[in-house]
Design a protein around this ligand. Structure first.
Ligand code: PGA
Length: 301
């Protein structure tokens, strides 16, 4: 049936008032314009919608049925409108965020704040390393990524977010814990719990040590900051982690930050998205929230 929503709306108004004149007044149309729309529907379906008895019009059987259907359609359209409004107001909708593992503690606090402001938003959070994040961006599987600096030459828009200092951590009874200005050479006798290949933390740590002419020895490779912290606490070796990830452990005395020369190594976090991607209203609201509120969610030891 080739009937437009406009024609249905005109029909519904005539059916409601059982009057072409009243319908025309409400719709701000002329009466012939209303009659024309009704005639077009009747021609299209090949049946009459109204019958005239004396001065009154009545719905035919077909008219009654079409009136019921058109009210259902109107209700659905109203529902669709309110869904669109909700999403436009960033009160609902879905947000896909991916963050580097160093960012996860900060990101959880940030998302808690965002959810408080937009409680109806449905959030999907992925935590992975630099390599995994680049993959998610490439596959268009995330709206926004919070991560270390992406390599140049990719089709990405990135803006600096916060400093990400990398520090050397040790168990609280470590023999270097109270020493100041520890020379890099002193680390030659230590073993490290290293992040996995593909981690930005790992890449920049390796680059730093090779620029300074030596290689640190890894006792273990671990793909998770939480496990590195536990391993360091248990005396499995030293760790090099983002200062953003160790607030509680340092405050409670389970870990110490060693005062090693040249540390902290300064990295940065960025807010990144695909350059051609049109952000949903929710994702744009999140971007603004991050820009404005980021400093309120940083916890440094
Ligand atoms: P990552 O952290 O080590 O989990 O990849 C992000 C980064 O600092 O690049």
């Amino acid at each position: 049936m080739n009937v437009t929503l406009r024609q249905l709306a005109v029909f519904e108004m005539v059916a409601r008032h059982l009057s072409f004149t009243r319908a025309a007044e409400e719709l701000l149309l002329t009466q012939p314009a209303v009659s024309m729309q009704i005639k077009q529907i009747e021609d299209e379906i090949g049946l009459d919608l109204f019958e005239r008895l004396g001065r009154k019009i009545y719905l035919t059987e077909t008219g009654v049925e079409l009136y019921r259907l058109s009210r259902e359609i109107s209700a659905k359209l109203l529902e669709a409108d309110s869904i669109v409004d909700e999403i436009k107001g960033a009160d609902g909708g879905r947000l896909l965020v991916a963050v580097a593992s160093t960012v996860q503690y900060f990101a959880i606090r940030l998302l808690a704040g965002f959810c408080e402001r937009y409680p109806k938003v449905n959030i999907n959070l992925k935590v992975t390393n630099q390599k995994g994040l680049l993959q998610l961006l490439e596959n268009n599987e995330t709206d926004i990524a919070l991560m270390g600096e992406p390599p140049e030459g990719l089709d990405l828009l990135s803006e600096p977010l916060l400093d990400n200092p990398l520090v050397v951590i040790a168990p609280s009874n470590h023999h270097l814990r109270a020493k100041q200005n520890i020379a890099l050479q002193a680390l030659k006798n230590e073993v490290f719990l290293m992040r996995e290949q593909g981690s930005g933390t790992r890449t920049s740590t390796e680059r730093f040590f090779s620029e300074n002419g030596f290689k640190i020895s890894a006792s273990m490779e671990v793909n998770n900051n939480g496990a590195i912290k536990l391993g360091v606490e248990e005396g499995l070796g030293l760790g090099i982690v983002s200062q953003h990830t160790i607030d509680i452990e340092v405050k409670t005395g389970r870990l110490v930050i060693l005062d090693v020369n040249y540390f902290p190594l300064m990295r940065k976090w960025y807010m990144v998205r695909r350059s051609g991607k049109r952000l949903s209203v929710v994702a744009a609201a999140f971007e603004n929230f991050v820009r404005k509120e980021k400093h309120n969610y940083v916890r440094f030891p």
